[in-house]
Design a protein. Sequence first.
Length: 81
Amino acid sequence: MAEIRRITAEETYERQVLFVHNLGFCEPTSARRISFQESLVVATFHEQSYRAFGIARVDIPAGALANRVAAVSSVISRPYA
């Protein structure tokens, strides 16, 4: 809790996160060993945690890769306020 208070007070991290929506499946790899259903639980946990800590979610909708890349690029290329 002390570390969370410190990073919050010092504004160590951005107050926005990119929330990339799932494509309806999850391919297991050696690094990702959870099922699609488990990935939905993890996503819900992240969403609730972000909200609890007052972090704004920037939605990146499911869709073609080029569209998702364009959406991310649009967000990260914005000048800081």
